[in-house]
Design a protein around this ligand. Structure first.
Ligand SMILES: Cc1cc2nc3c(=O)[nH]c(=O)nc-3n(C[C@H](O)[C@H](O)[C@H](O)COP(=O)(O)OP(=O)(O)OC[C@H]3O[C@@H](n4cnc5c(N)ncnc54)[C@H](O)[C@@H]3O)c2cc1C
Ligand code: FES
Length: 274
């Protein structure tokens, strides 16, 4: 739900810090002039004056009201300019937009979170929320994959997650290096042995479309129910709040009804993975 009076008006936002996470992903800590209070899984539109606008899902704690973080992969015109921003620079932010993760529906459940590449960004915010609510769910598993060990976002932090008693973490890479002692193979290769009550467990998948497709098929194959799988769908967006029609998925608008969708709601629409 958008809370500001004029959803087209970007809020003046200062870049407080920039962290280089991987060769092509940077995390920006941002301070909007008016606080932007988001729910995990919702997104914001970032305006770079004179260049354009792009949607990003905050990767920080929803409970932090004064600042937020976005992790941005360099893929084109807008993200290239964002990668050149420095502390003190100014951008615009609109939002939050869309429907995030239904945290109440996860209460009392066993939960598997599956992330790939830049999908770790929204999932970090979600994991913070799970940690904040530790005790509300039965079991929490995180399975994540990247192309190489260098491509993992939040390396140090995920190392800390792995030490938690309330979380089971397994990571994989498509291609290892000399230091990598973990699994080698695409993310579906670490979804075979899951100690979960699969017909009742929740599966949350976020990453590039091809990864989401094969991870979802794998979860279905493992006995997960369609209505227990949640996907974060990244369609091309413009307005961000259901007016322009750019982001249609069947009868839904990804910006308003999503970006988080339960798989059974969208599984019958054509081309959902494009
Ligand atoms: C709800 C939502 C949340 C997002 N969250 C994040 C995030 O947290 N971090 C992040 O790095 N990216 C995120 N994205 C993707 C990001 O918005 C795009 O990568 C960005 O808009 C590309 O802009 P550009 O001008 O740099 O690239 P362009 O020059 O427009 O495009 C360059 C390449 O990127 C592809 N591309 C453009 N837009 C998208 C898109 N929406 N999804 C997939 N590929 C795209 C194009 O097809 C093209 O191949 C999100 C997208 C959506 C819809
Ligand atoms: S982005 Fe305009 S309707 Fe969804």
């Amino acid at each position: 739900m958008y809370r500001s009076k004029n959803p087209y008006r970007p809020i003046r936002t200062e870049v407080l810090a920039v962290v280089e996470e991987t060769p092509n992903i940077k995390t920006l800590r941002l301070k909007p002039e008016e606080s932007i209070s988001f729910e995990t899984g919702q997104f914001v539109e970032m305006t770079v004056p004179g260049v354009g606008e792009s949607p990003f899902t905050p990767s920080s704690r929803p409970s932090e009201k004064e600042t937020l973080e976005v992790s941005v992969m360099r893929v084109g015109k807008v993200t290239e300019i964002i990668h050149n921003l420095k502390a003190g620079d100014v951008v615009g932010l609109r939002g939050p937009f869309g429907t995030g993760y239904p945290m109440e529906d996860f209460k009392g459940k066993e939960i598997l979170v599956v992330g790939g590449g830049c999908g770790f960004a929204p999932l970090r915010s979600l994991m913070y929320e799970f940690f904040h609510r530790s005790g509300e769910y039965k079991k929490l598993l995180f399975r994540g994959g990247c192309k190489t060990p260098e491509d993992f976002l939040y390396k140090k932090e995920i190392g800390e997650w792995a030490k938690r008693d309330d979380l089971d973490v397994v990571l994989t890479v498509d291609k290892g290096n000399g230091d990598w002692t973990g699994n080698v193979g695409v993310v579906t290769t670490i979804l075979d042995e899951l100690d979960l009550d699969k017909p009742r467990a929740i599966g949350i998948v976020c990453g590039p479309p091809v990864m989401m497709k094969f991870a979802t098929l794998k979860l279905l194959d493992q006995g997960f129910k369609r209505e227990h799988i949640y996907l974060s769908m990244e369609k091309n967006m413009s307005c961000g709040f259901g007016k322009c029609g750019h982001c249609r998925i069947g009868t839904y608008y990804a910006c308003k009804d999503g970006p988080v969708f339960r798989f059974d709601k969208i599984s019958d629409f054509p081309n959902i993975w494009d």
